[in-house]
Design a protein around this ligand. Structure first.
Ligand code: AP5
Length: 217
């Protein structure tokens, strides 16, 4: 099963993709994570991407499609993948179609997480993650079970993304409305779009996605 999780910043794409990876063995393909790894490694791509990401703008289609194409050549994606953060423009949606055809793969669903825009700023500005294993948390909605200690690896160090401040988030939302939302009709025309209520609690959103994947919703 190969799916796209689509939704604005803070919709819960990363949260749900990690759960699907753990529960179903599907592979999470987050272009945001790939770009952040390139920035951390100070690679050529990372150096080009850093300022763009910090401002909340979109990195060029050419760069992002290049890193995704390389990732799709790894054998593990044959287990099934969850695209998280790609495609983000009509040009990327068209590139994805060509890439999947070349690699003999196809999409099963495009699942849109429908969220109330007011909630997004609150979700993103409250988000933090474990500095060691990357597990995601939120100041109010998902705190570690033991205060100050990561549930998964026990680390006591946490970090925040540099693009998670309110001003940048507002720009990311504007980019989503202008450049990413227009790809929905592309997938609607193919009958691939399903919707889940992204305002529900995390476990319920997960159940709704699982129901779609199991063909029951
Ligand atoms: P990326 O890393 O993809 O960020 P994003 O799309 O802005 O999405 P987020 O990671 O902010 O949100 P999410 O939907 O994953 O929400 P999450 O699950 O974390 O991209 C970053 C940047 O990289 C872009 O701005 C761009 O510059 C560049 N980039 C990446 N891909 C690109 C591409 N294809 N083309 C060009 N540029 C690209 O949840 C958020 C918080 O809410 C968490 O704290 C979580 O615990 C909480 N939460 C989640 N679900 C719920 C719920 N149901 N109820 C309550 N709280 C919830």
């Amino acid at each position: 099963m190969n799916i796209i999780l689509l939704g604005p910043p803070g919709a819960g794409k990363g949260t749900q993709a990690s759960r699907l990876e753990a529960e179903r063995g599907m592979v999470q393909l987050s272009t945001g994570d790939m770009l952040r790894a390139a920035v951390a490694a100070k690679s050529e791509v990372g150096l080009k991407a850093k300022a763009v990401m910090d401002a909340g703008d979109l990195v060029s289609d050419e760069i992002v499609t290049g890193i995704l194409s390389e990732r799709l050549d790894h054998d593990d994606v044959r287990k099934g993948f969850i695209l998280d953060g790609y495609p983000r423009t009509v040009a990327q949606a068209e590139s994805l179609e060509r890439l999947l055809t070349q690699k003999g793969m196809a999409l099963d669903h495009v699942i849109e997480l429908v969220v109330d825009e007011d909630a997004l700023i609150d979700r993103i500005t409250g988000r933090f993650s474990c500095a060691s294993c990357g597990t995601g948390y939120h100041e109010r909605y998902k705190r570690p079970l033991v205060e100050g200690v990561c549930d998964v690896c026990g680390s006591r160090e946490f970090k925040r993304r540099p693009d998670d401040n309110e001003e940048t988030v507002r720009n990311r939302l504007a980019e989503y409305r202008a450049k990413t939302a227009p790809i929905l009709p592309h997938y609607e025309a193919k009958g691939l779009v399903r919707r889940a209520d992204g305002m529900a609690p995390i476990a319920e959103v997960n159940d709704a996605i699982e129901a779609i994947l199991d063909g029951g919703a």
